[in-house]
Design a protein around this ligand. Structure first.
Ligand code: ATR
Length: 273
């Protein structure tokens, strides 16, 4: 049977096996999907061994995405832009192809929530790997402006400079942010420490859409905060998780699984509904 897995550390709580098993059942594909948690300095070896032993493809998550970028034979254009690989496929001619489906997953999830990206004014919080992966797919939707704000301003400036060929993208400090945004995307890891990005409450209004790439059994700190300040449309990153997985499954199997039912089952599994 064709074998796939996700590499990460820690990865024990990954929902990827659950999601891909449901995709396989739905599309009647024969495959198995497991977990691998190599020591941080043993990822390269573990990846080699997996493909030597007949593995067909894998996902890569924290902290291995940047390393995977350097280990594959070939990169998709979107992986090259993202500077990170979250999906690897062994092609029929034996090439390890590195791809990145995170940004596509984010955009697909935003669209499934009815968020309009074309001509919108988007605020992206954070300038780490998650922000980098999101930029090209977001700019491809032709927003009127995309502003990046980051605690370390120089990193936001660097990202804006790197992506300015793809659209109107600028960097501003949190203090400089002004005017009305249609969508705020939180790509920071602040909530992992129970913190909030230092965003002025005045930027939140009833018609703004709020997206947090993090998720949990209850509202993330950022979503709770935005709701308190009047945001009516809030979304967490669970849908992005399912959508990036659907995109990876499509890369591997050439067949696109439906995501709605799988997202519902995942929510049930997590105790969210
Ligand atoms: P990832 O790959 O998940 O994006 P990362 O590359 O470590 O992770 O980036 C984390 C992002 O969250 C960074 O933009 C970081 O800001 P700095 O560049 O200033 O470090 C941001 N971040 C983390 N904790 C934060 C906090 N408490 N407030 C605001 N931003 C925070």
């Amino acid at each position: 049977m064709d074998r796939y897995l996700v590499f990460g550390h820690p990865v024990r709580h990954s929902k990827s096996p659950f999601i891909h098993t449901l995709f396989a059942r739905q599309t009647q594909q024969e495959l198995e999907y497991g977990l691998a948690e190599p020591a941080v300095d043993e990822f390269a070896q573990a990846l080699c061994t997996f493909f030597d032993q007949g593995g067909k493809g894998c996902n890569v998550t924290v902290p291995f995405k940047e390393q995977a970028f350097t280990l594959v034979d070939r990169l998709s254009p979107r992986a090259k832009r993202a500077g990170a690989v979250n999906t690897i496929k062994l092609t029929d001619d034996g090439v390890l192809l590195g791809d990145n489906t995170d940004g596509a997953g984010l955009v697909a999830d935003l669209k499934s929530h009815g968020v309009t990206l074309a001509d919108s004014r988007i605020l992206l919080l954070g300038a780490g790997g998650a922000a980098r992966g999101a930029l090209a797919p977001l700019l491809a939707e032709l927003p009127s402006e995309l502003v990046i704000a980051n605690r370390t301003h120089a990193k936001a400036q660097q990202l804006a400079a790197e992506f300015c060929d793809l659209g109107h993208v600028t960097a501003q400090t949190y203090e400089q942010l002004a005017g009305s945004f249609d969508l705020v995307i939180n790509s920071t890891s602040a909530s992992l420490q129970g913190e909030l990005p230092p965003l002025a409450p005045a930027l939140i209004h009833t018609d703004i859409a709020i997206y947090d790439m993090m998720y949990g059994a209850s509202d993330t700190a950022f979503i709770s905060w935005a709701k308190q300040h009047g945001a009516r449309q809030t979304m967490d990153g669970l849908g992005m998780l399912v959508e990036q997985a659907a995109e990876a499954f499509t890369v591997w199997r050439g067949i696109r699984p439906g995501t709605k039912q799988v997202l519902r089952e995942l929510k049930r599994n997590l105790g969210v509904i």
